[in-house]
Design a protein around this ligand. Structure first.
Ligand SMILES: Cc1cc2nc3c(=O)[nH]c(=O)nc-3n(C[C@H](O)[C@H](O)[C@H](O)COP(=O)(O)OP(=O)(O)OC[C@H]3O[C@@H](n4cnc5c(N)ncnc54)[C@H](O)[C@@H]3O)c2cc1C
Length: 188
């Protein structure tokens, strides 16, 4: 957040042009304040780093789009072998019963040690599940240690389906994703 011309000047929040959302602005403002104090005491300053956590509302708010942590592509670019599991909301009867059967969810897991790397979804209640999945991702939990028994019939059963299938595939190390990461297209 330090400006290139003057390291005493910090630009937290929307003004730096990256991730213009409120929780990021708040975290950056807090860290900028800590950095100003640290620099005044001749201590090192810390760069701002965070795991992506975004919710976008679609379908009159019924179908939020959630992006947490790594996608399969970004995980491969970061050097992880991955297991990626997808599940349709309609595969769980509760979504059909509530008349919100559209959408799907996807979890990305490290194929070697089961660490939950990312969650990407668009389905009813995905915004509420974003918090659960943020905890899994930011704490680096092993998918095989995560309970897979939500109360029936509740919408988090979609997570249970993902957890069960991903755990099985991590345990059976012969099933990692076969992804070849192509260079990103340049849109400039
Ligand atoms: C319509 C809309 C909807 C949004 N919805 C969401 C949402 O649902 N979720 C979410 O996370 N984010 C949302 N955002 C983004 C969120 O509001 C911003 O990311 C957040 O407010 C950024 O905080 P900030 O402190 O960096 O900037 P700001 O909140 O813009 O604060 C900057 C302040 O500086 C003041 N200022 C500017 N120039 C000067 C000056 N020269 N002297 C003194 N003061 C000055 C401004 O008046 C303002 O009060 C939305 C933004 C908009 C516009």
């Amino acid at each position: 957040m330090q400006t290139t011309d003057n390291p005493r000047v910090y630009v937290p929040g929307d003004a730096n042009g990256r991730d213009p959302v409120l929780h990021v602005a708040k975290e950056q403002g807090r860290l900028a304040g800590q950095n100003i104090v640290a620099a005044a005491q001749d201590n090192p300053v810390e760069p701002y780093q965070h795991i992506p956590h975004k919710v976008t509302f679609a379908g009159v708010g019924l179908y939020p789009v959630v992006q947490i942590g790594h996608t399969t592509r970004s995980a491969h670019e970061a050097g992880h072998a991955t297991v990626t599991v997808s599940r349709e909301a309609a595969d769980d009867g509760v979504f059909r019963a509530k008349d919100v059967p559209h959408g799907l969810a996807q979890v990305v897991v490290d194929a070697d040690d089961g660490t939950v790397l990312g969650y990407h979804a668009m389905h009813y209640h995905a915004d509420a599940m974003a918090k659960t999945m943020q905890v899994l991702v930011e704490m680096g939990l092993d998918i095989r240690d995560v309970p897979d028994r939500a109360y029936h019939p509740t919408t988090p059963e979609i997570l249970d389906g993902l957890i069960r299938e991903a755990s099985a595939r991590v345990a059976d190390a012969e099933w990692p994703d076969e992804i070849i990461v192509e260079p990103r297209q340049n849109f400039n």
